[in-house]
Design a protein around this ligand. Structure first.
Ligand code: ZN
Ligand code: ZN
Length: 135
């Protein structure tokens, strides 16, 4: 599949978010970037070093970091206010569905701006105007 302009831009935004939120590229303090942690109960685990099915969990710290990255990139997406970019972003977050209309998407972007303190009244007024224009 050809890499679209939006995809390339999103890659860059994700990279920048990683850099902003973790400039030293530290490993996760909880799991060392494995993405999983093992909470072994003494004597029940086959191998406490590696962990087993019963004690292996998704790392909460990693999930939290991913969440911050997503919010960081989302802010950029809201700034761009571009439908193809927003669509690609949702796709990447597994939140895209073909049922989402352009109008709904735009309304969503506008709602995102309204809900974020990072945007000025002027920026909100701009996005409200774009929603109107699509009517
Ligand atoms: Zn175990
Ligand atoms: Zn982790």
């Amino acid at each position: 599949m050809k890499i679209s302009k939006e995809n390339a831009l999103l890659d860059r935004l994700f990279d920048e978010a990683h850099f902003d939120l973790n400039p030293d590229q530290d490993s996760c303090p909880d799991c060392g970037d494995e993405g999983y942690v093992h909470d072994c109960i003494d004597g029940f685990c086959q191998d406490a070093e590696v962990g087993c099915e019963d004690c292996t969990r998704r790392c909460v710290e990693c999930a939290r970091f991913e969440q911050s990255i997503r919010r960081h990139v989302e802010l950029d997406v809201l700034r761009f206010m571009s439908l193809p970019l927003a669509k690609e972003f949702l796709r990447r977050c597994n939140q895209w569905s073909n049922k989402i209309t352009e109008r709904a998407l735009l309304a969503n972007l506008h709602a995102g701006r309204v809900g974020r303190k990072e945007f000025s009244d002027q920026e909100r007024a701009d996005s409200a105007c774009w929603v109107e224009c699509l009517l």
